[in-house]
Write a protein that binds this ligand. Structure first.
Ligand SMILES: [Zn+2]
Length: 313
């Protein structure tokens, strides 16, 4: 498998991705050759696809057709409006649950590779923790057949061994034979910044966990009205969003009331666990006036407060 990507150190070009390349035969039963574009030369079809999603979301939010309250809502929106399948074109979305990706992978903890910045090509060798690396890539007919005497050897260096050292200390450094003169560097100082960071500031994320919360009727991401005991002894009704669920307890991120039906996130995050019994009802978000103001039906809020005999917090 031949991969071209940018040199984003947190995703593709650092010790952990190198360790993954070395595990290619074990993990995906084929060899992997990974090439890194020079800084700011890594634009590809995936950037256009990211742009399609961002543009569609911005348009829908501006036209008040959609409110991105949580990752699951964004996924549902994309699936409904952007997924396509024709004879010549397919766009598919995948939902990844929290926990679906194995993040704790001690076998991939290796020492930082000195000279990472200069490398633009690495490939697996069939042996874990052993790679071959080159400062530049070449796909001339000789390189393709793995023969010696690259047609571009005036510019392109030969493959060299790059041994990774498994490590429990994540800050140690190993020498790369391919770049003896490279300066010492850590992973976050490598070639270029990530070019694929999604601009999430237009999307109000509801933290990480978007799993439905079972039979209680309330779900992670739901906005709810909650009864809260106040210091003065008189309980009040607050509005918040469910961010996690554990048994009959809900972790709620509380909002601050600006005026009737209008709420904002407080400057200081106000999160606490509440039992199901303290939840009065769910309340749907009507619209987002801009990034900060959330509009709810004020009549519904007042009616709920009246029934529960609570004052608004
Ligand atoms: Zn060549």
């Amino acid at each position: 498998m031949v991969i071209f990507s940018d040199g984003c150190s947190s995703q593709y070009k650092s010790r952990t991705p190198f360790a993954d390349v070395s595990f290619a035969e074990k993990d995906v039963q084929c060899s992997i050759e990974r090439n890194y574009f020079g800084s700011r030369h890594g634009k590809g079809p995936c950037d256009g696809e990211g742009g399609v999603i961002k543009a569609a979301l911005s348009r829908a939010v501006k036209n008040q057709e959609f409110i991105p309250t949580c990752p699951q809502a964004v996924y549902d929106f994309c699936q409904k409006s952007l997924a396509k399948s024709t004879n010549s074109f397919r766009r598919t979305f995948y939902w990844t649950e929290t926990g679906d990706i194995q993040r704790d992978r001690p076998s991939r903890v290796v020492k930082t590779v000195k000279g990472t910045r200069k490398l633009h090509s690495v490939r697996s060798t069939g042996e874990v923790y052993a790679l071959q690396s080159r400062d530049l890539s070449c796909y001339c007919i000789l390189c393709l057949s793995d023969a010696t005497g690259c047609e571009n050897q005036r510019w392109v260096d030969s493959w060299r061994m790059l041994k990774l050292s498994p490590s429990t200390n994540t800050n140690t450094v190993v020498n790369s034979e391919s770049a003896p003169d490279a300066r010492l560097e850590s992973d976050n100082q490598t070639d270029q910044p990530c070019e694929h960071v999604m601009e999430t500031d237009a999307i109000e994320s509801c933290i990480s966990d978007t799993q439905p919360v079972g039979s209680s009727g309330f779900h992670v991401c739901d906005f709810i009205l909650v009864r809260v005991e106040s210091a003065r002894g008189r309980p009040l009704m607050f509005l918040g969003q469910i961010v996690h669920k554990d048994g009959n307890l809900f972790q709620v991120k509380f909002m601050k009331r600006v005026s009737d039906g209008k709420y904002i996130w407080p400057t200081r995050e106000d999160v606490s666990w509440v039992p199901t019994t303290e939840i009065i009802s769910a309340i749907s978000l009507k619209s987002l006036t801009n990034r900060e103001h959330f509009l709810f039906d004020s009549d519904k809020i007042k009616a709920a407060a009246e029934v529960a005999e609570l004052d608004l917090g």
